[in-house]
Design a binder for this molecule. Structure first.
Ligand SMILES: NC(=O)c1ccc[n+]([C@@H]2O[C@H](COP(=O)([O-])OP(=O)(O)OC[C@H]3O[C@@H](n4cnc5c(N)ncnc54)[C@H](OP(=O)(O)O)[C@@H]3O)[C@@H](O)[C@H]2O)c1
Length: 322
């Protein structure tokens, strides 16, 4: 099967389209024919070799694979899988491994769910990782409530663009911090206020009940914006200062409930089903900024790395890009 690979850590140019044997599902697993898969910020960090300890745990040698989430259809079932049938249209997130940028992936059945009714697979592929991350951050970690003030740092990015919509759906007053060219974009997503991160100092943003940080730099400056009962969730590290970021996360536990909460997503079928429900209800809509064929995976990484993308870049594996 065709698959995106890299033989060494480095810039986007290390990525290429290669071939590997088609995987075979074991008991409890499902073989999914991938139609499309989205590029996530964490995949760039992994490819660059900035989180070698983590990527080495996932998969020791080279070539390494990339891609976290996907949308496609069920091609084969391992023994004992009864929740799906061949041909079901599904989405999912690979946990603790990369590799969705491929014609086929093998996934435990309990990490798959049906895609939202009426949503095409390219748009569906834009949501699983970022959507489940936004739900976990706002619903489960911050326990956001109606009427609370939410700050989304990185509001135009993959996770941020869903978090802005979700915050609105949960009844929060949403302030999105984004690049100048995306202020209208985040307002269209439902932000009540949009502020330019290059010209707005944290102290000028006001006070918040919930801060969702998808950037990871200068976390202390954003934690200071919390109200006395406020909660901050960060999903990112400053990749040039990983140890310092980790140190701050640990030190912030001294602030008790106002510590910075961090998690690493591992969404199961119930979370993916909730994402499908929120998408079907119109609370969340995927935003595909651009699509690329699998052979152009390096171009997609280069574009996301350059920044300025509003929404998601999606790799079309089975069909042609548009
Ligand atoms: N812990 C988890 O489970 C989990 C899950 C998903 C993602 N993540 C992590 O979360 C991070 C974001 O992922 P993503 O997929 O959303 O990435 P993304 O699509 O690249 O979005 C990042 C956004 O941050 C913005 N940004 C950059 N510098 C900023 C600043 N100083 N202030 C405000 N915004 C700034 C970027 O805007 P410009 O492009 O305009 O610069 C971009 O819109 C990554 O580090 C990823 O690894 C963690």
């Amino acid at each position: 099967m065709r698959v995106a690979l890299y033989d060494q850590y480095g810039g986007p140019g290390v990525l290429y389209e290669g071939t590997l044997p088609k995987p075979v599902p074991r008991a409890g697993e499902v073989l999914v024919r991938v139609h499309a898969a989205s590029v996530n910020g964490g995949e760039l960090t992994a490819r660059a070799g900035k989180v070698r300890l983590v990527t080495a745990l996932m998969d020791r040698g080279f070539p390494k694979r990339t891609g976290t989430d996907f949308a496609g259809d069920v091609a084969a079932l391992g023994a004992g899988v009864s929740r799906f049938r061949i041909g079901d249209v599904v989405w999912g997130v690979l946990a603790r491994a990369f590799g969705s940028m491929a014609e086929f992936v093998v996934v435990p059945a309990d990490q798959l769910a049906r895609t939202p009714v009426g949503l095409d697979l390219v748009r569906a592929a834009a949501l699983p990782a970022v959507g489940t991350t936004a739900i976990t951050a706002l619903r489960d970690k911050a326990r956001i409530r109606e009427g609370e003030r939410l700050l989304v740092r990185g509001g135009a990015g993959g996770v941020g663009s869903v978090a802005v919509q979700l915050g609105r759906a949960y009844g929060a007053h949403v302030t999105a911090l984004a690049g100048a060219r995306h202020l209208d974009f985040v307002r269209d997503l439902g932000a009540d206020e949009a502020r330019d991160y290059s010209t707005t100092a944290p102290r000028d943003l006001g006070r918040f009940d919930v801060v969702l940080d998808t950037v990871g730099t200068g976390m202390a400056d954003y934690r200071r914006l919390l109200t006395p009962t406020g909660r901050m969730v960060s999903i990112a590290f400053d990749s040039s200062r990983v140890l310092r970021s980790l140190g701050y996360l640990v030190a912030s536990t001294a602030f008790g409930p106002r510590r910075v909460r961090f998690f690493s997503g591992n969404p199961r079928h119930d979370l993916l089903a909730e994402l499908a429900r929120l998408t079907e209800s119109g609370a969340i809509r995927p935003v595909v900024a651009r699509t690329y064929p699998l052979a152009e995976i390096a171009h997609a990484h280069r574009a996301l790395q350059a920044g300025g993308i509003g929404g998601k870049l999606v790799i079309t594996v089975a069909g042609s890009a548009n």
